[in-house]
Design a protein around this ligand. Structure first.
Ligand code: NCD
Length: 353
């Protein structure tokens, strides 16, 4: 849907807009019927996901040879992107940076807001608007809930909007991680995600990756979910309500061993103790939620073990050697999935074959 002045004027202020349902907000973050700002996993339909997987596969194939890599690197050589990461990041940052370079996009970065004029009292909103004066896209990670969305909303009201791509927003969402996670599932199951049993394990309350990945499950048929966590860190009710609304069956349990036997994918996460306000993680026994080498004998032959990484102790390192451990592949899939997404946002996806 083309954004119109009328649409903008019916959203008079941020507080009103922010309270709308995600489905009502999505048109505001689209342009010419295409996703423009990438903020919520709910923006990915099955058709779009499948298109992006094909594009990512085509990018991988094209760039294997120099001519193909040179062709792809010319597609967006007239574009510049800013990576603004106000929270620690290794993979998301590196994969976006290298995805930009695959497509020829020139990059600049701020990874520490103490080096920007925010320390002089500039509001984060003004700082981000300043970035948009120099670049054609902003890729950002921010600890404050809703800040990435607010930036996109503000930017869309200026005369010079640039797409905002979320690389992680507070505890709420990490849409491109969900994109690469389903891309990994798609590759692991030869495109057949329908009917799968996905088990998500760990700190589900404060992990944004599991939240975004759960939203994407609405695109698949007969998927069932099991949420395995300590009782302190159960999945939030907004996500459980979403699953009920979409008739996606789920169970919640602390019995990891019991549920792993029937899993097609086990998605491990670490404890997110950087979100502790008063030591909530202290005293929580996280060890029942570790994947150990002995569990390899229990899980199905075709089951994949995933992790958004970074890992602490929740997957024993010796597990890495098992072909069902796909988290290192998952990491690399991130670069291709993100490159595909950016090619799509800038409408050059049809030039990759
Ligand atoms: C995740 C994140 O930052 O949300 N990591 C990532 O992006 N690969 C998960 C985490 O930090 O545990």
């Amino acid at each position: 849907m083309q954004r119109t002045q009328a649409m903008i004027s019916v959203q008079p202020n941020w507080d009103t807009f922010h309270k709308l349902r995600t489905s009502e907000k999505i048109p505001f973050f689209s342009k010419d019927d295409r996703l423009y700002d990438c903020l919520f996993a709910q923006q990915f339909s099955r058709a779009l996901l499948e298109h992006l997987f094909k594009t990512a596969d085509a990018l991988r194939a094209a760039t294997r040879k120099k001519e193909g890599a040179d062709h792809v690197a010319r597609l967006l050589s007239h574009k510049r992107a800013m990576l603004y990461f106000a929270q620690p990041s290794t993979r998301t940052f590196m994969s976006f940076l290298n995805a930009c370079h695959v497509l020829g996009i020139k990059t600049s970065e701020i990874r520490d807001s103490s080096t920007s004029s925010e320390v002089k009292g500039e509001t984060p909103e003004d700082t981000v608007r300043t970035f948009s004066s120099y670049v054609d896209m902003i890729i950002m990670r921010h600890p404050a809930p809703g800040f990435v969305e607010k930036t996109a909303w503000l930017m869309n009201r200026t005369g010079r909007p640039v797409p905002i791509v979320s690389g992680g927003s507070g505890k709420d969402q990490h849409p491109t991680q969900a994109l690469l996670d389903v891309y990994t599932l798609h590759r692991s199951f030869a495109g057949e995600l329908d009917g799968k049993h996905i088990v998500m394990v760990g700190d589900l309350k404060r992990g944004r990756t599991v939240r975004s990945l759960t939203y994407l499950m609405k695109n698949y048929k007969n998927v069932s979910l099991s949420f395995v966590s300590p009782k302190e860190f159960r999945m939030e009710t907004d996500i459980l309500d979403f699953l009920r609304r979409h008739n996606i069956p789920f169970t919640e349990t602390e019995d990891f061993l019991g549920v792993m036997k029937t899993a097609d994918a086990i998605y491990m996460t670490r404890i997110q103790d950087e979100h502790d306000k008063s030591g909530e993680s202290k005293g929580v026994d996280y060890s029942p939620f570790y994947f150990k080498k002995e569990h390899l004998k229990v899980i199905k032959r075709g089951c994949v073990i995933m992790h958004p990484l970074p890992r602490r102790h929740e997957i024993e390192v010796t597990v890495d050697e098992d072909p069902r451990a796909v988290f290192w592949r998952q990491e690399r899939n991130g670069m291709w999935a993100r490159a595909a997404l950016m090619a799509y946002i800038f409408s050059v996806d049809n030039k990759i074959s």
